[in-house]
Structure formats: C-alpha cells, structure tokens
Design a protein around this ligand. Structure first.
Ligand SMILES: *[C@@H]1O[C@H](CO)[C@@H](O)[C@H](O)[C@H]1NC(C)=O
Ligand SMILES: *[C@@H]1O[C@H](CO)[C@@H](O)[C@H](O)[C@H]1NC(C)=O
Length: 375
C-alpha cells in the first residue's frame, strides 16, 4: 500500500474517530510475530482477532477439508521442501500485491492442508535451498494463475508490517523442515516473501537460531529477491540443494569493511542504484527433478474463472518488461546476473507509483520490487 493510501486510511480513521468518539487504534496488544501457536492443535480461528485501523483479518487460520478449494481463505502457510511449499497471493484474479498485501491467502503445492492449490504449470522453475539457518524457495511463476495481475511487479509480505499485524494480517507460517518427522511442524517466527514480476522468493528462518530476524530481514522491501534472497534459480530448472548461509540482507563487505545498506525512504523517489552486488552462497548436493514428478497433485488444478488465458507467465515476457534484457530469460541466473543499475523505469498501477525496474538485470529476480508501506 502506498503512503498516499495509508494517509488516506488515517484520515478516514480520524474522521470516524470524531464521529463515533470511538478511537480506532493502529497497533494490536500483541504483535503477530509474538503470537505462538502449536500446529495443528493450538491454531486459533483467527490469529488476528483485532478491530483496528486496517480492519479485521480477511481469512482464517483453521484450515481443513471443508476449506480446501480454490476459494479458500486459509492464511496458514508452509515451507517444507521443493515439492511442498506455499506462496502468499491474492484472493481475486488480476489483483496487485500492493493493493492486497493485507489479505493474501496461502497457495500451496500439496493438498491436505485446507488451502488453495497453485494451478498446474504455473511454476516455471524452482530452486529450494536448505542452509544452516533457513530454508529458501526461489522461482519463476505465471503469476496470473495465482491471481496476481499481469505485469505487477509486486511487493513483500512478512509477519510484521508497520502496524505489527503482518501482511497478510494474521498470516501464520509453519515448517517441518527442522523436524525428524514430516508431521511435526515448527512455527516460523521470521519469514519474508517477495511476489511479483513473474517470480517469487520466500525464506523461512529457523526460530532456534540467533540470527533468524537478520536472515529474514523484512525492511528491505524495495530491493527484491536479488538482494533479499540471493539465489541461482534458473527458469525451467527444478532443483533442491544444500547451501551455505547468505549474508544478512543489506550487509556487505567493501574494502575490508562491513557495511549495512539503508533503503532510502520512498519520499526520495526511485532507487536507481545500489552500491553492492549480493553474494550468492555456494550450494552442494543439488538434486534436479521434473516439475511433473514434484507437482503431480496439481495436474488438474486450473486457474480461477476470470483469469484470462495466459498472455504472460513466460519468463522472457518479464525479462523484456525490465527494459533491457540482454540475455534470454530462460537461461539467466537470477542471483548472478550483474545489473548495471544504470537506469530505471517506472511502471505500476495508480496505487503503486514507485515500482522500479533496474535495467541491465536480465531476469525477474533482479527486479527491484515496488515499495510497500508495511515492511
Ligand atoms: C474447518 O475450518 C473452518 C474454517 O476455519 C472452521 O470454521 C471449521 O470449524 C473447521 N472444521 C473442523 C471440523 O475443524
Ligand atoms: C518428508 O518429506 C520429504 C519432502 O517431501 C520427502 O522427500 C521425504 O521422503 C519425507 N519423509 C518421510 C519420512 O516421509
């Protein structure tokens, strides 16, 4: 949501405050990231039961066979493995992430948890990485099939937000990635998910580790997957690897000194250059799969009515949208392409004025995602 829309909200709230003599607060008593629920036994109907300035939670957290359909409003999500993860995406077709960040729902690759399923063939390449401190999934997607408008360069979701209610409000995240048993789930306290530009990255940080909040940094919401989730994802390749930890997003070394990048405020306009190239960590033990084997359960899942026949979705379409793709999108390596960051072009919708695409980046992962008010 843009600052303009945010201030409009505050104005509206101020007006209703005067009328109703009934103050509308912004912050919950307990931030979402401080609410801990065991899965599945401790899950509340809604993790956010507030009536605050941003309204109420759109969906619910108790998800089961009755909620398992393509209209599900389940907001309990998972990142487990290359064949078993969810992404946050809109309820209705052709939505912009910036307009719907508070109400995204879970779209998953595995049935059985009461969520929507990602339609067949939407995923165009997925890299799953397990490192000592986190699990990361980066990929290419026909985003129209999960209700993201064609051409939307999207934004960032995380369990914080300016009002500490999360984006989406009440969204919960779990993983069996740190269990011996696939049926034991750990609540993920720190995670981030960038969606848009026909790509995505989602990282869930092991809550038992000291630096979970650092690896899953949620404040660099304008500089996309390349900087927040350095990766070697390739279009058309489905691969699961072990990897070393990345640097904390925004932290880099130059001339022997460790420096922390500060994202400029939106009021200063477009981000036209970033003073470093993120390091893509080494990976090992990579196993390559076919998408049909990984996502067999999605074979008959179709996009929602109202999603137009895919005009988008190809990675090359997105690459050309970035203005100066010099390579074919299908062979680019998102994390390693070096951006000249020479120029930028603004695009986006009316509510999202500062979507920036850095030229010279050949793939969607290099895209500078739109600013999102709640980081
Ligand atoms: C299934 O989930 C819905 C939505 O959260 C909830 O209302 C319903 O009580 C659940 N059913 C069972 C049997 O838990
Ligand atoms: C756990 O899940 C992973 C990923 O789906 C799978 O490869 C593995 O076989 C599962 N383990 C068991 C014990 O079912």
């Amino acid at each position: 949501m843009s600052p303009v829309a945010l201030s409009a909200l505050f104005v509206a709230a101020a007006a209703s405050l005067v009328q109703a003599q009934n103050p509308v607060a912004t912050f919950p008593a307990t931030p979402l990231a401080s609410k801990h629920f065991a899965y599945p036994s401790g899950i509340p109907y809604q993790a956010d039961s507030e009536q605050l300035i941003r309204g109420t939670q759109t969906g619910y957290n108790i998800c089961n066979s009755t909620t398992e359909n393509q209209n599900s409003l389940c907001q309990t999500s998972f990142v487990n493995s290359i064949d078993d993860f969810c992404l946050w995406a809109p309820i209705k077709p052709n939505s912009a992430i910036a307009d719907t960040e508070g109400e995204e729902v879970a779209w998953c690759t595995k049935p059985g948890r009461g969520t929507r399923l990602i339609p067949a063939d939407a995923l165009k390449g997925v890299e799953f990485t397990r490192t000592p401190d986190y699990l990361q999934v980066v990929g290419f997607i026909d985003q129209t099939k999960i209700n993201i408008a064609d051409g939307d360069f999207g934004g960032e979701l995380d369990p914080h937000g300016a009002d500490l209610r999360g984006n989406p409000l009440g969204g919960l995240m779990y993983s069996n990635g740190w269990s011996n048993d696939n049926n034991s789930f750990t609540q993920v306290i720190e995670w981030h998910n960038f969606m848009g530009g026909n790509g995505f990255c989602i990282k869930v940080c092991d809550p038992s580790k000291t630096h979970a909040a650092d690896f899953c940094q949620h404040t660099l919401d304008r500089i996309g997957c390349k900087y927040n989730a350095p990766n070697a994802a390739q279009s058309g390749v489905f691969q699961s690897c072990q990897g070393d930890n990345q640097d904390f997003p925004g932290v880099y070394t130059t001339n022997g000194a460790t420096v922390t990048y500060s994202q400029p405020p939106e009021s200063l306009g477009a981000i036209t250059s970033i003073p470093y190239e993120p390091r893509v960590p080494a990976s090992s033990n990579c196993v390559t799969y076919t998408s049909s084997a990984l996502y067999a359960a999605l074979a008959n899942v179709t996009p929602a009515p109202g999603v137009s026949a895919s005009s988008s979705g190809s990675v090359s379409a997105s690459a050309s949208a970035s203005g100066s793709a010099s390579g074919s999108g299908s062979s680019s390596r998102p994390g390693t392409s070096s951006g000249s960051a020479a120029g930028s072009s603004a695009t986006g919708n009316s509510n999202d004025a500062s979507v920036i695409v850095m030229s010279g980046l050949v793939s969607v992962m290099g895209v500078i995602f739109s600013a999102i008010f709640l980081s």
